[in-house]
Design a protein around this ligand. Structure first.
Ligand SMILES: C[S@@+](CC[C@H](N)C(=O)[O-])C[C@H]1O[C@@H](n2cnc3c(N)ncnc32)[C@H](O)[C@@H]1O
Length: 227
């Protein structure tokens, strides 16, 4: 992965809680964040005494390199959001400028935690669909704004392998959102749910309390059927 191809843009704990409907008890469980990038979820949960490991290819790079890349792209992202303002819901986040401030504060929190977290093994370079974790090592594996969102770039086979890998290492998987960058329900969603159900998993599309991208307010929950 080349740093110049990356657009770092991270969400915070409150957003992860809304996207994944995380209870206080779940926040105390062993969580794997798949593709957490510069989100502050890991930093904030760790500060509360929680147990999160984040995996992302960008953790190959140093704090200085990631910070520099954030500075290079943040204003361009803001410009693009302003051009596409009507595709977003401006309730919780009131304006593009408020979004910019929120994202910069969030990524600053991540950067402040990054070196310590990397030395503690909380930020690990890695990429779906192959992890080096043991079977069942985590209670919950989360994917925010990676799977399904980039359905135009990653096919159904990639999605299936990625989700199977998340299910191998965690008891439950949650993915948000279920729409593509264009705001359409992912063309892979139905086929993947059918395959997973035939393989003995319970799948459920759950309405959440988070909607920023219009129509992006649902998550997919997957777990092994009991008994
Ligand atoms: C749009 S960002 C989302 C960041 C964070 N999850 C959030 O919601 O704020 C997508 C992330 O997926 C990461 N990514 C790209 N390819 C990946 C892969 N094969 N496996 C895991 N993460 C990947 C990127 O580096 C980037 O940090």
């Amino acid at each position: 992965m080349k740093l110049e191809n990356i657009v770092p843009w991270g969400r915070n704990l409150s957003e992860y809680q809304s996207m994944f409907l995380l209870s206080d008890l779940e926040l105390k469980s062993k969580i794997l964040g798949c593709g957490d990038g510069p989100a502050s979820f890991n930093a904030e949960v760790t500060a509360m005494g929680g147990d999160v490991v984040s995996i992302d290819p960008i953790y190959h790079f140093s704090k200085i390199q990631i910070a520099k890349r954030i500075d290079e792209v943040a204003h361009e992202v803001l410009k693009q959001v302003k051009l596409n303002e009507k595709h977003f819901v401006w309730h919780t986040i009131s304006s593009p400028d408020a979004l910019y401030t929120l994202r910069m504060e969030t990524m600053q929190k991540f950067l402040e935690d990054y070196e310590k977290g990397r030395s503690e093994g909380r930020y690990r370079e890695g990429a779906l669909p192959n992890f080096s974790f043991e079977d069942g090592q985590f209670d919950l594996a989360l994917s925010s704004h990676f799977l399904f969102l980039y359905s135009d770039h990653m096919d159904e086979v990639f999605h299936l392998h990625a989700i199977e890998e998340m299910l191998r290492v965690a008891k439950e998987v949650r993915i948000f959102p279920l729409v593509t960058l264009e705001g359409n329900v992912s063309p892979h969603l139905e086929g993947i749910m059918n395959i997973l159900e035939r393989a003995g998993y319970a799948t459920e599309v759950v309405e959440t309390s988070y909607e920023f991208q219009k129509g992006g307010d649902k998550m997919l929950k997957i777990r092994k059927e009991e008994g």
